[in-house]
Design a protein. Sequence first.
Length: 566
Amino acid sequence: MKNIIKLPIIRLMFLTICSISLLIGCEPEQYKETTDETPNITEYLRDTPEYSMFLEILEKTGYDTFMNTYGTYTLFLPTNNAIENYLVDNNYTSIDQVPLTDLQELAKLHVLEEKITTTEFTDGKIASPTLQGQYLITGAVNDEGISSVVVNKEAKIVISNYEVGNGIIHVIDKVLIVAVKTLAETIDSDPNLSILAEAIHETNWYDALNQPLVRNEIIVDDETEIVYTGHLTVLAQTNEVFAKDNINSYAELKAKYSHLNDPTNPADSLNLFVAYRIVPGLNYMADLAVTQAVLTKAPLEVIGVKLALDTILLNEETFNGVLEKGVAINRASSDITTSNGVLHNVDENFFIKKRLPAPVYFDLADQPEFRKLSGVFRKPGNGASLFDAELADVTWEGSPAVTYFAAGIGDKNAAGWHGDWFEAYRLRTGYINNLEFTTPVIIKGQYKVWVSYRQNRRAPNSVRMYYNDVALARTLNMTEYSNQSEAERVLESQGYKRHISPSRSEFNCKLLGIINVETTGRHKIRFESLTGASGASWFDVVEFRPIDMDQLYPKFESGGDGLIDQ
């Protein structure tokens, strides 16, 4: 999304009058161009000697100019002492000795193009990336009874939420360091990961984990934006974790898992062991926490993900009434940023697990690009619109943007899951056509597909849904209220249900058909209106429930994040 600044008409009138006054010999009146006395970031740094060294970095890189202009920024500002320590640690005697490109990357790593206060921090990744492109991690530490917020696990915030004219400043006691090592190099450099590192080399996965990101140029609003692709995530385990399973060397690992005695063969069990720990995409713990399953580099194999309190568990499920415990991700030693991805560590050894069909609850409003808008995403009363080129997993024909909206507190519309929805204005020919989504990972099997929405009398009354270009049996009438009086099991037999609790008539849910997912992975679903529409279509959740699963429970918490059992 782009902000367009237009000169107010009153200002234009004033300039015109002043020009006429000059022609007749009148002295022009002095006026201020801004109405706010608060200095911008660069002005503030010039007025504050204890931050003079970061100002010097901005001036040498030329970034002092844009950091003094209109905008909304968050600056993680290192103190002079922090920068002095950085110079000593890197064998420099002055900022002049640091290569300009390094200074540029360092400066950009400390700036976000969005205003984010500490109240918006979570124990993990900040939703928006830095200007450098890498993400920052925040968390709380307790040192001798004093709690502090740390950034990237090392830099303490010593002054927080300082307002300036074009954003907010958090002062930190250590310089943030740009991650320059790849995943392969990061694992190689850690002696605690030496068994896994050797396995990565011997299975020929090193090159894949050592690849730089791919630079792509896309056009958004007639402007070129740079997007990097090719991120990977590795779920590593230390030598100590291997030792729990009586594996104390690479030779013992090979003896246990290499059933073909050829680790370079993609069909060899040891090769699959390594591939199963490599997940496409940039998946910090904050991302995994809202994911039900992730694909791996092992062909068609997935890892189930579950959030239990503050712990992320991998492959935990109940099979034939027996709980199969999952493997926990070690929070303290995870979320390690690399130049081409992120590294996590797990607490136990694990291998490929046979996966049965499992429910997928696809909240259409939960798109990565909306999540990055931290001031909007699930903030009551806020919304944002994005165009086709700005969304990776949503496409459509037609020119209008689609909208994310989070309902206000106490608003009846907040009854949907998470209190938000995905809006397509006039889902019909000539406006938004063929609205297509890429689903989360769905495991091979048969599923019933339910679609829930918020009713709108001006929405289309006949919408066809397609799964991988195959039309589902029933259509969706988005003008239809939910039945609040019929018994639930009777309603289910008619192909409807009340999907949220407590239920409201404005939100309805309909069974559109049964699909056969032939391959585990991400798939395409598409909505097409068969009629006209003069208003918006508001989508809530698309459910893929295994055919042998209870189709009514769990329900979704009305306006909240939870699942409600019977």
